[in-house]
Ligand binder design. Structure first.
Ligand code: E4P
Length: 215
C-alpha cells in the first residue's frame, strides 16, 4: 500500500521523506493557504522534495478553464498530478487532460457512482473523503469498499486514494480493504509508528543494557 502525506508543509514533508516510507503528497487550497510561500514556489519546492506524485488542486469551475489551469500546473514540475473536483465540468476536463497524458486525481468523492464516472473519464486517481463522511454519521470506509469492488469488477486501473483520514484505524481498514493509497496528515503519520509498549520495551532494554555493560 502506498502512503501519501496530506500536507503542503515543507518541514513535515522533509521529515517524513527522511523516514523512507513516503510515496507521494496531496495538497488542497486549504492546506496551501496555511503556508507562507507564494503558491507556485511552494508547489515547485514540494515536488522537488517528494519522490512521487504531488496532487495540486485546480480552482477553476468551467471545463475549459480547468483544462488551461491544469496544463499550467503541470509545467511546474514533472510529478504534478492535477486535482479536480468531481462534477460534470470536472469530468469533461478530466477526459481531455487524461487523453493528453496528464494525470488527474478526482477529488471530493462521496459516492461510488462518482468514482465510477471519474474512472471512466480517465482519472488516474480518485479520492473518497472518509473522515468527512464519518463526520455526518456515515460509515466512510463502506464507500472505499464499494469503490475498490467496482474497480476490481471491471479491471479499472484508476487508483483509490483514501482521503480525509483522521486516525490510524482508517489507514489499517483501508489496507485491509485493498485500497491502493492512503493520504495521511502528519499527526496521523506519527501515530502510525508509535506504540506505548514499544516505548516501554526500549526503555527497559536500555536500563538492562546498563547492567550488562557494568559487568
Ligand atoms: C485529500 O486529498 C484532501 O486533501 C484531504 O484528505 C481532506 O481532508 P480533510 O477532510 O481533513 O480536510
Amino acid at each position: 500500500m502506498k502512503l501519501f502525506l496530506d500536507t503542503a508543509n515543507l518541514q513535515e514533508i522533509r521529515e517524513v521523506v527522511s523516514w523512507g516510507i513516503l510515496d507521494g503528497v496531496t495538497t488542497n487550497p486549504t492546506l496551501c493557504s496555511r503556508e507562507n510561500l507564494p503558491f507556485e514556489d511552494l508547489v515547485r519546492e514540494i515536488c522537488h522534495l517528494v519522490p512521487g506524485p504531488v496532487s495540486v488542486e485546480c480552482v477553476s469551475t468551467r471545463a475549459e478553464d480547468l483544462v488551461q489551469e491544469a496544463r499550467k500546473l503541470c509545467q511546474l514540475a514533472p510529478n504534478v498530478v492535477v486535482k479536480i473536483p468531481v462534477n460534470i465540468e470536472g469530468l469533461k476536463a478530466t477526459k481531455i487532460l487524461s487523453a493528453e497524458g496528464i494525470k488527474v486525481n478526482m477529488t471530493l468523492i462521496f459516492s461510488p457512482s462518482q468514482a465510477l464516472l471519474a474512472a471512466k473519464a480517465g482519472a488516474a486517481f480518485v479520492s473518497p473523503f472518509i473522515g468527512r463522511l464519518d463526520d455526518v454519521s456515515h460509515h466512510g470506509m463502506e464507500l472505499v469498499e464499494q469503490i475498490v469492488a467496482i474497480f476490481e469488477n471491471y479491471n479499472l486501473e484508476t487508483e483509490v486514494i483514501v482521503a480525509s483520514v483522521r486516525h490510524p484505524g482508517h489507514v489499517v481498514e483501508a489496507a485491509l480493504i485493498g485500497a491502493h493509497i492512503a493520504t495521511v496528515p502528519y499527526s496521523v503519520m506519527e501515530k502510525l509508528v508509535k506504540h506505548p509498549l514499544t516505548d516501554i520495551g526500549i526503555e527497559r532494554f536500555l536500563q538492562d543494557w546498563k547492567k550488562v555493560s557494568l559487568k
